[in-house]
Design a protein around this ligand. Structure first.
Ligand code: UGY
Ligand code: MN
Length: 252
């Protein structure tokens, strides 16, 4: 059952040309392609935009339950699975909440759900580089990932889940802010983002809009969408986000 927004007929969801905020009150569940017996919510996809600034990736939630599993990947598609709730098995390992599995293009590894839970998934076509071997599978725990104060601010900690290496054309990071901490300036950059609020609340600047956001919200930011965040409230705010890296801006 969705959280119902009040007054009725209202929602915080907004879809603009260079960004979107998708709030849980509007989530619509559908079968998830690429998984067996799975239902979930496609939060961000190329269908969301128009023209060259459309998302070049997909971000979706899988409602985990026994019997749900991912299927082997096509040769040009990569998949990143982050466990928001519950427990899964992948590549012979048990992954609990805040653990992740990165499956490289063409991987035959599957993510097998063992019980009820919620998974956040990023998928995008892989862009190979000449003379660079494709990336390996990576599994791990967010808590073990390299984590540093963002631009020197210990109240804004940035954990990088995937190796920062040219073989990887995507990064997935976890950003944790103490209440009152901010992105230090309004970022405007060539990379696109897909983001999921995993804890707390705050205000996200997206282009010329300032949007209250909270746990469970998803955000898309196109390349060059001006962006800024302040964490507010009594609890730390946290989001998991995708960005494209390590490829020429001139690549098609
Ligand atoms: O990696 C980033 O670009 C990050 N600082 N952006 C963001 O949190 N909106
Ligand atoms: Mn950014």
């Amino acid at each position: 059952m969705n959280q119902i927004a009040f007054p009725f007929g209202s929602t915080r969801t907004r879809v603009a040309a260079d960004h979107a905020l998708i709030a849980p009150d509007g989530y619509v569940v559908s079968p998830i392609v690429g998984w067996e017996a799975a239902e979930g919510v496609v939060l961000i996809s190329p269908a969301m935009g128009a023209g060259p600034r459309s998302p070049r990736f997909c971000q979706y939630l899988v409602h985990a339950k026994p019997g749900v599993r991912s299927l082997p990947l096509p040769v040009d598609l990569q998949r990143f699975v982050y466990v928001l709730e519950g427990e899964v098995e992948a590549a012979g390992q048990t992954l609990g909440a805040a653990h992740f599995a990165y499956l490289p293009p063409g991987s035959t590894d599957v993510v097998q759900c063992r019980g009820e839970g919620k998974l956040l998934v990023f998928e995008k076509p892989y862009a190979p580089l000449p003379d660079v071997a494709p990336p390996p599978r990576v599994t791990g725990a967010g808590a073990d990932a390299p984590c540093e104060p963002f631009l020197g601010d210990p109240d804004a900690m940035l954990a990088t889940l995937l190796p920062i290496a040219p073989a990887f054309d995507m990064a997935v990071n976890v950003f944790t802010y103490q209440p009152g901490a901010t992105l230090p300036f309004v970022e405007t950059h060539v990379m696109e983002h897909g983001l999921y609020m995993s804890a707390g609340q705050g205000v996200y600047r997206l282009g010329e809009s300032w949007r209250p956001v909270q746990k469970g919200d998803a955000i898309w930011m196109a390349a060059y969408c001006p962006q800024w965040f302040v964490a507010m409230g009594k609890e730390p705010a946290q989001y998991i986000y995708y960005k494209d890296i390590h490829r020429s801006p001139l690549a098609p």
